[in-house]
Design a protein around this ligand. Structure first.
Ligand SMILES: *Cc1c(COP(=O)(O)O)cnc(C)c1O
Length: 381
């Protein structure tokens, strides 16, 4: 999309901000390589343009959840190392191996499928990264199952079918400073890495740090940090400070054009359920985006927008395609720009403000912006 995108709504993606964030994150972890995590369409920002900008800014790895996301990056012509980690049986192992994607593997079934695919690919060596569950309790291999996974990987490595390129894990509570699980996971990770290396694994990269760990826990950086949300200029959690406190700049600005401005009398119900009733004669502005566009319905009555230089609040319910704001008698022109969130420079709310309003995290705010909202890339030089 470009500047002529339809005016109903748009998500401007500031690639210069993304580039600056990658530089900032590299400075937080100067001894480690950086993986820009671009899963879920780069947290809603657009995977290919963001991945390209991140590589240009010095990220040497791209990370995705699914193999399909990884393959789409290769198909778009992106180089660099790419890793994906969310596999299900029968996944596109062979395609991923042939596309030079590193395979994150959490258990024996997955390792065996990877080995079989490498054999089918005519002896092309699969790059496999063994994932340890050091305490997250989600994906990853439990410590008790680790020796078997490592042994099977070493056997396949001896046959030349795979190469164990990485040992890695993921934190549960890195966004909660001082949480006791952080130290416990780090200890478990060191032990599981030491065990694998003791058995003869020679990984290129050992990694466990996500955005919050990259920003606040230098002892977790190892050889590589995997930054998602911070790449997009959003603080991982209010407890770590705002984006500005962390030196990050929000990449996405979501705006819409006012679709209607009208006078209404006092006592007028607004939107489904009439959960807002005008306290006096006023003006209502109609904002033509709704939950189908990713505007959280939980922000009914609370979500902030900037219109005509003033913060206004969603009046009543967010509907599928639209919501209203009480303009307090002001009469901005139809078509006037309404900013839902952005970097905050011009006084607009941020995605973090929307997260607070909706009782969620800013990750969810940006990631859920729907496909009906065009992404408009700016500052791409
Ligand atoms: C999503 C994800 C990340 C990035 O997390 P952020 O908190 O957004 O930095 C890193 N590693 C894994 C395994 C992930 O799934």
């Amino acid at each position: 999309m470009n500047e002529t995108a339809p005016a109903r709504a748009r998500a401007e993606i500031d690639l210069a901000a993304l580039v600056a964030n990658v530089g900032t994150l590299r400075a937080y972890a100067p001894a480690a390589a950086l993986m820009a995590v671009v899963k879920s369409d780069a947290y809603g920002h657009g995977a290919v343009p963001c991945a390209r900008a991140a590589l240009g800014a010095g990220a040497s790895w791209l990370g995705t959840a699914t193999p399909e996301e990884a393959l789409a990056l290769r198909e778009a012509g992106l180089g660099g190392r790419i890793m994906c980690w969310l596999w299900t049986p029968g996944g596109p192992w062979r395609e991923a191996i042939e596309a030079d994607v590193d395979l994150g593997v959490s258990g024996l079934w997955a390792l065996r499928e990877a080995i079989q695919a490498a054999r089918a690919a005519g002896g092309r060596t699969a790059r496999v990264q063994l994932k340890a569950d050091t305490g997250l309790g989600r994906n990853g291999c439990q410590p008790r199952d680790w020796p078997e996974l490592v042994a099977e990987a070493l056997r396949a490595e001896a046959e030349g079918l795979i190469r164990v390129t990485g040992l890695w894990s993921h934190f549960a509570c890195a966004d909660e400073p001082g949480h006791p699980s952080i130290g416990a996971q780090l200890t478990a990770f060191r032990e599981m890495v030491a065990y694998a290396e003791g058995q003869g694994v020679r990984p290129e990269v050992r990694h466990i740090a996500n955005s919050p760990a990259t920003l606040t826990l230098p002892e977790t950086h190892f050889d590589l940090v995997r930054t998602g949300i911070a790449t997009y200029g959003i603080s991982p959690a209010p407890a770590l400070g705002t984006a500005a406190d962390l030196g990050l700049r929000p990449v996405m600005t979501l705006s819409a054009s006012l679709a209607l401005v009208k006078r209404v009398p006092a006592g007028h119900g607004v939107s489904y359920g009439h959960h807002y009733v005008t306290p006096g004669d006023t003006t209502l502005g109609l904002v033509p985006v709704g939950y189908a566009d990713g505007i959280p319905r939980h922000a009914s009555g609370t979500g902030p927008v900037l219109v005509g230089g003033k913060w206004r609040t969603v009046a009543g319910r967010v509907a599928m395609d639209q919501f209203a704001v009480d303009l307090g008698g002001d009469q901005p022109a139809v078509g006037e720009r309404v900013v839902l969130f952005g970097p905050g420079d011009e006084g607009e709310p941020t995605a973090e403000d929307w997260a607070r309003a909706a009782g969620t995290i800013a990750y969810e705010i940006v990631t859920r912006i729907g496909t009906r909202v065009p992404r408009v890339y700016v500052n791409s030089e």
